[in-house]
Design a protein. Structure first.
Length: 313
């Protein structure tokens, strides 16, 4: 059984999607549709940058969605898209997963993820924060340090991403984050890497825009997914439209439970994961979560070409 995975912010790179557009007419059409929907050349930003423009949260999120959908459509057009037992996306990749599951239209997804990026950037301006990756420490140790740092400083810091065993991202107010890092270092943390971001994603600092984002989510047409979509917040399938709306709005301030999400899919019988989108970040995480499962990346033309024809399992 297959599951499709879709990457989130951080997987972008200048040039992404270009080989797809050159090799597959359906991918070119996907980028042309994205340009028309958004009213500017998103394809140019993806293919040629500059990096600073692509890395702007406002552009990054629709760029990753467009590239992932272009790869998805190229796979489908070439008979290489397996019928998934489930789909999941990391953070903003969850919107791509909803597109893949038929719950969200591509054009509506582009508009919504563009607004998501705009509002997250706004929240970062209103309540500056930061994030850091914590490697080779237990979840409970990191959770404890975040609680203590929040209590000491009176400011929020929490786990933003449970990415894989031994890879966690923390997020929050800069003072609280710095204190959490100090506490982790005092307790043996040797690999704590501050991230080059100015927003505290998946933390209470995003709360200033949740109401506005919820309004955008509520105004977006949604349908029940044709295949199970495993939620970031709960690591279980989203039951219907109302639950999808709650998930999308809540996701801004709640952690991404990626380890549990992958484990849920494996428990449901998934033996092969296909990451659809730029880079292969999620493939690496899956291998750390469970080395026994097969993982394939298909985010560019060589990746699409290398994937065998879809087979029934």
């Amino acid at each position: 059984m297959f599951a499709l995975l879709f990457p989130g912010q951080g997987s972008q790179e200048v040039g992404m999607g270009q080989s797809l557009a050159e090799a597959y007419p359906v991918a070119r059409e996907t980028f042309a549709e994205a340009d028309a929907v958004l009213g500017f050349s998103l394809s140019h930003v993806c293919f040629e940058g500059p990096k600073e423009t692509l890395d702007d949260t406002l552009n990054t999120q629709p760029a990753i969605l467009a590239t992932s959908v272009a790869a998805l459509r190229a796979l489908d057009a070439n008979g290489k898209l397996p019928r998934p037992a489930a789909v999941a996306g990391h953070s903003m990749g969850e919107l791509t997963a909803l597109v893949a599951a038929g719950a969200l239209g591509f054009a509506d997804g582009l508009r919504l993820v563009r607004e998501r990026g705009r509002l997250m950037k706004l929240a970062g301006e209103r309540s500056p924060g930061s994030m850091a990756a914590v490697l080779k420490m237990a979840d409970a140790e990191v959770e404890k340090a975040c609680r203590e740092a929040s209590d000491e400083t009176g400011r929020p810091v929490q786990i933003a991403n449970y990415n894989s065993p031994g890879q966690i991202v923390i997020s929050g107010d800069q003072k609280a984050l710095a204190r959490a890092i100090e506490l982790l270092q005092e307790r043996g943390g040797k690999r704590i890497i501050p991230l080059a971001v100015s927003i505290a994603a998946h933390s209470p600092l995003m709360a200033t825009v949740v109401q506005e984002y919820r309004a955008a989510v509520d105004a977006t047409p949604l349908r029940s997914p044709a295949v199970p979509v495993i939620a970031n917040i709960s690591a279980r399938p989203l039951a219907g439209v109302d639950e999808i709306r709650d998930e999308l709005a809540g996701q801004l301030t709640w952690p991404v439970r990626w380890t549990e999400s992958v484990q849920t899919m494996i428990t449901r019988g998934v033996t092969h994961f296909v990451e659809v989108g730029p880079k292969d970040v999620l493939a690496g995480l899956v291998r750390r979560i469970d080395p026994s499962v097969a993982v394939t990346s298909a985010g560019d033309a060589p990746g699409v070409q290398a994937l065998p024809s879809a087979r029934k399992e």
